[in-house]
Design a protein around this ligand. Structure first.
Ligand code: JFZ
Length: 481
C-alpha cells in the first residue's frame, strides 16, 4: 500500500514539473537567461500611454490600397491574372520602366477626399491605413526623392495630403502603410551577396530614411506606420536599420505606433525577437485569418491588429471579383467582433477604382457595417478581451464593468448560456436601448440569459452589468467529500 502511494506521489510530482516546464517554454525567458540584443524589442509588454490607448480603443479601421495597379486592375496585355492585383507587375513580369508608364494614365477624375472621409465616417471606422507607397514604388505624395510620384502625373495632386486632411477633419486617425521593398529603385536588393550589393543597399536605406522623414515632416498628424515588404534577406541582415527606423519615427512623432512587421533583430529574427519579446508596438501577422478563439488566447498578452480583404486575396482594385469568394457584410462583421473579443483591432480593406470612386460592393459593405455600428458599436469601440469562456452563440467583449454578449448564432432553446469567472456576478442584462433582458442564475457561475422579446433579424448585443461577487454571500455550498 505504502509503495503504491509513493508511486502515485512520484508520478504526480513528475507531472507537475513537466507541466511547469511547458508553461515556462511558452513564456519569454527569465531575464538572466536572455541573450543580449542590440536591436531587440524596444519596450517589454503592452504600451499604456494615451496614444497607444487611442490606437487600441479605435478597434475598427479601414485599409486603402491605391496605386498604379488600380489602372490595369489585374489585366495585362489581354490576360487576367487571378493573383493579388497590386502584385500584377510581378505576375506579368513587367519591367519597372514599362510599369511606370501607367503614370501617364493616373488621372482619378472622381477622386474627392471629402467623399471618401464621409464614407469612412458613416462606416464607423476610427482610423484609415493608406498605402503611401506599395511594392511598385509609386508614391501617393510628391516625394522629392523619387521620379515616380503623383506630382509627375496628369492629375498632379497630392492625394495623400488631401486624404490626411479630409479624414482628420472627420475625426478619423490616419495610419501610413509603407513598403520598404521598392521595385522601382535600382538600389533595392533581395539579398546582400557582394560588396556592390552592400553599397547599393546602404544607399537604398538612406533613400528610405529620407522618404520616412519626409512623410513624418509633411504629415505630422500621422498616428502610425505599418511597414510591409520587409521579409527579404537583405532586411533580415540589417536588423539594426529596422530598430533605427522605429526609433527615428518615435523621436520625430511622439506617441506614434509602429507594427511588428517592420522589425528584425540582431539575428534576423522577425516580429518577435530572439528572446521572445514582441518588437514594435503591436503584432501585425494576422492577415486574412484570425487567432482561434479558444486555442490561441496567448494573443491577449500583446496588442495586435488584423487586416482583411473582402475577396479572398485582393488588396488593390481588381476588375473581376468573380474569381474568388467575396465575404458578405455579415461575415465581415463577425470577423470584426471576433478580433475585438480577443483584444485585437480589425482593418477592412478597400481597393478604390482608378477613377477615384469605390466599386458598388465596397460602398454597400461600408454602409451595412456602418448601420450595425451605429446601433451596436458600444460592444466594439474601447472594448477588450473579457476573459470569459467562449460560448457557441457568439462572442464576449468587455469595457469596465460591462460585458457585451454579441450573438451571432441564437440556440433553439432560446437560452443563452453564460459562464462567469469565479467571483463574478451578473447583476443586470439589457439591450443597448435599455430594454431589460431576463437573466437567471442556474448554477454556480452559470446563467441563462433570455432572448430579446422581439426576435432579432441580425446579430445583436446584450449588455451585462457585472459585479465582483467576492464580498457577496455565496449561495452554493460544496458537498463535503
Ligand atoms: C503584403 C503585400 O504584399 C500585399 O500586397 C498587401 O499589401 C498586404 C497587406 O501585405 O502581403 C503580405 C504580407 C505578409 C503576410 C501575408 C501577405 N503574412 O505575414 O502572412
Amino acid at each position: 500500500m505504502k509503495k503504491i502511494l509513493r508511486v502515485i506521489l512520484l508520478c504526480s510530482l513528475f507531472a507537475t514539473t513537466t507541466f511547469a516546464q511547458q508553461q515556462q517554454q511558452r513564456q519569454p525567458l527569465p531575464a538572466e537567461q536572455e541573450i543580449p540584443l542590440k536591436y531587440g524589442a524596444d519596450h517589454l509588454g503592452k504600451r499604456h500611454d494615451a496614444a497607444m490607448q487611442k490606437f487600441r480603443d479605435n478597434r475598427l479601421g479601414a485599409f486603402i490600397h491605391w496605386g498604379l495597379y488600380a489602372i490595369p486592375g489585374g489585366e495585362w496585355n489581354g490576360k487576367v491574372y487571378n493573383g493579388a492585383a497590386e502584385w500584377l507587375k510581378s505576375w506579368a513580369k513587367v519591367p519597372a520602366d514599362e510599369w511606370m508608364k501607367l503614370m501617364e494614365q493616373w488621372n482619378p477624375e472622381k477622386f474627392n477626399a471629402k467623399t471618401w472621409a464621409k464614407m469612412a465616417k458613416k462606416m464607423g471606422v476610427k482610423y484609415v491605413k493608406i498605402t503611401t507607397k506599395h511594392h511598385e514604388g509609386f508614391c501617393l505624395w510628391p516625394s522629392k526623392y523619387s521620379r515616380y510620384t503623383v506630382a509627375q502625373t496628369p492629375h498632379k495632386r497630392d492625394v495623400l495630403g488631401e486624404m490626411v486632411k479630409a479624414y482628420n477633419d472627420e475625426g478619423i486617425d490616419v495610419h501610413f502603410y509603407f513598403s520598404v521593398m521598392d521595385w522601382s529603385n535600382p538600389d533595392y536588393r533581395y539579398d546582400i551577396k557582394s560588396k556592390e550589393d552592400e553599397v547599393a543597399f546602404a544607399r537604398f536605406l538612406e533613400f528610405t530614411d529620407n522618404q520616412l522623414k519626409e512623410l513624418a515632416t509633411r504629415y505630422p498628424t500621422v498616428k502610425d506606420f505599418w511597414f510591409d515588404g520587409t521579409w527579404d534577406a537583405s532586411i533580415k541582415k540589417n536588423g539594426w536599420w529596422t530598430a533605427h527606423a522605429e526609433r527615428m519615427l518615435k523621436e520625430m512623432l511622439p506617441g506614434v505606433t509602429v507594427n511588428s512587421r517592420l522589425r528584425a533583430d540582431d539575428y534576423g529574427k522577425r516580429h518577435f525577437d530572439s528572446n521572445g519579446h514582441l518588437m514594435g508596438d503591436y503584432e501585425s501577422g494576422y492577415e486574412r485569418r484570425l487567432p482561434h478563439p479558444v486555442k490561441d488566447l496567448k494573443v491577449t498578452r500583446w496588442d495586435w491588429e488584423a487586416v482583411m480583404t473582402v475577396p479572398e486575396n485582393q488588396w488593390g482594385y481588381h476588375k473581376d471579383w468573380s474569381i474568388s469568394y467575396v465575404k458578405t457584410p455579415l461575415e465581415v462583421l463577425e470577423r470584426i467582433v471576433h478580433a475585438v473579443s480577443m483584444g485585437g483591432n480589425m482593418v477592412v480593406n478597400f481597393g478604390p477604382q482608378p477613377d477615384g470612386d469605390f466599386r458598388a460592393e465596397e460602398k454597400n459593405l461600408a454602409e451595412a457595417i456602418g448601420k450595425w455600428m451605429q446601433r451596436y458599436g458600444e460592444c466594439i469601440y474601447g472594448c477588450d478581451y473579457a476573459g470569459w469562456e467562449k460560448q457557441s452563440w457568439g462572442y464576449f467583449t468587455r469595457k469596465d464593468k460591462q460585458v457585451y454578449m454579441v450573438v451571432f448564432n441564437p440556440p433553439y432553446s432560446q437560452k443563452l448560456v453564460v459562464k462567469t469567472p469565479k467571483g463574478t456576478k451578473i447583476t443586470k442584462a439589457e439591450l443597448p436601448d435599455g430594454e431589460e433582458i431576463g437573466v437567471i442564475e442556474i448554477a454556480r457561475n452559470e446563467y441563462n440569459v433570455s432572448m430579446p422579446r422581439k426576435q432579432p433579424t441580425e446579430p445583436f448585443v446584450i449588455r451585462l452589468q457585472i459585479e465582483d461577487a467576492a464580498s457577496a454571500a455565496d449561495k452554493y455550498r460544496d458537498a463535503l467529500t
